[in-house]
Ligand binder design. Structure first.
Ligand SMILES: [Zn+2]
Length: 337
């Protein structure tokens, strides 16, 4: 007799995630071709390095067209011209921009639970000092002196703590993302996640490249995220007990805890450019969702005189001007979710 075989299929971590339509797939192909045409500024890796099928890969389409990114970079850096190292040519930086995907972890989850706790009402009042019965004095005649218990005040502060059992139900939902690109720790993105990323189709996953990820496994990121969710729920619950001086014996009812947390590798759209400066490299990164521009510079003593830039790399994030942004928005791809 043949043992019955069961196939256990775990549900996808983002069952409702949108998938790219034909227009989005065409746009992705165009980005991919542009990536292949232009030189790589930082080490890249194959997206297929993320282990399939357990690691879901999602991406957000480049919303900013290349021309708009160049304008945003030119506008943002022009306002910083004085802070730029000698040798940086703005037009060269802007024209070196190429589309990239910056790997991040995309985390989405929620938790709900019943909780119970004791709110502690702390009250204090003044009573007559039990040592001197309120007189403030001890001893008789020439030996009389101030009561050592109440320092002569005749009064004592009495504190009482009264416990108030409390309970409730709370829910917290959270979406966040974490950097996962290797090196260039100071090259940061203030990633936005107002729109859920799209599931990357398998064919694109096999072809596409991204900046080299620091890790292709996410267990640490997911564990930390789950802890953060629980901590937020506890904080929310305790916030409803603000009227008490203290909260004791806080507890989640274990059988009531419902939680769900999922993680995906997220390819965040950006444009990266760079140029050589005396003593190192200068990189500029333009967020292809928001138009925000950040740059890093290798600052050596021979680049600038003065102490401000001595020996360290630094990041300056600047908002592109309103006018540049408006121009950029005008050139957005018309992409639907
Ligand atoms: Zn006393």
């Amino acid at each position: 007799m043949q043992p019955e075989e069961f196939e256990f299929v775990s549900p996808p971590p983002f069952p409702d995630a949108p998938v790219p339509d034909a227009a989005a797939l065409n746009a992705l192909q165009a980005i991919e071709q542009e990536m292949q045409r232009s030189p790589v500024r930082l080490p890249e890796a194959a997206v297929s390095d993320f282990p399939a099928p357990m690691m879901t890969v999602m991406y957000s389409p480049h919303q900013l067209a290349a021309d708009a990114a160049r304008n945003a970079v030119a506008a943002a850096l022009a306002s910083q011209a004085a802070a730029l190292p000698r040798g940086v040519k703005l037009d060269q930086l802007a024209s070196s921009l190429r589309p990239v995907f910056v790997p991040r972890w995309y985390l989405k989850g929620e938790i709900s639970a019943d909780w119970m706790a004791n709110g502690v009402e702390v009250s204090s009042r003044e009573v007559a000092c039990p040592e001197c019965h309120g007189s403030g004095k001890q001893g008789m005649g020439v030996n009389q002196r101030d009561c050592s218990s109440c320092w002569g005040s005749g009064k004592e502060k009495q504190t009482t703590r009264k416990k108030h059992p409390a309970s409730g139900n709370g829910r917290v939902a959270l979406v966040e993302s974490l950097a996962n690109h290797e090196g260039m720790a100071d090259l940061q993105l203030e990633a936005v996640h107002d729109v859920e990323p799209l599931l990357l189709p398998d064919e694109a996953r096999m072809r596409l490249r991204c900046l080299r990820p620091a890790s292709v496994y996410s267990s640490d990121a997911l564990d930390a995220f789950k802890n953060r969710l629980a901590a937020m729920l506890e904080e929310q619950a305790k916030g409803s007990l603000n009227q008490y001086g203290r909260v004791d014996d806080f507890l989640f009812a274990p059988e009531s805890v419902r939680s769900h947390a999922a993680v995906a590798a997220w390819l965040y759209p950006a444009y990266l450019g760079g140029c050589e400066v005396p003593g190192g490299q200068c990189h500029v990164l333009c967020d292809a969702l928001t138009g925000k521009v950040g740059w890093t510079q290798a600052a050596a003593e021979d680049i600038t005189t003065g102490a401000a830039a001595a020996g360290s790399r630094h990041l300056v994030t600047v908002m592109a001007g309103i006018a540049a942004l408006a121009a950029a928005f005008g050139l957005w791809y018309g992409l639907s979710r």
